[in-house]
Write a new protein. Structure first.
Length: 102
């Protein structure tokens, strides 16, 4: 049973026992808000500066991703240069140019 089906079933059951739908909806909304507040509190995000903390964390995460992308690109660039240099040296050795220069 999914959460939506379970909630609908509980609401129907309570309504059948005499509770009004508006009252039940209010109780569910209050319970959801209380659960959300508890979840935020358990993560340490219940204070007024939580929004600023989250923005800062997102900014740091974006900077980390940019740095990681740049590092991968740099390593790939150096690898390509190394391979090309080895190809040039290989061609020089194969053609005998290496012996003439040395």
């Amino acid at each position: 049973m999914t959460e939506d089906n379970m909630l609908a079933s509980l609401l129907s059951q309570a309504e059948a026992e005499g509770a009004s739908r508006a009252t039940l909806r209010g109780v569910v909304e209050e319970a959801a808000e209380l659960g959300a507040r508890r979840a935020l509190a358990s993560l340490g995000l219940e204070d007024a500066s939580a929004a600023a903390d989250m923005r800062e964390l997102r900014s740091l995460l974006g900077a980390w991703r940019d740095a990681k992308k740049s590092a991968v690109q740099a390593v790939a660039g150096w690898f390509v240069r190394l391979v090309l240099a080895l190809v040039v040296v290989g061609i020089a050795v194969k053609t005998g140019l290496w012996e003439r220069l040395g």
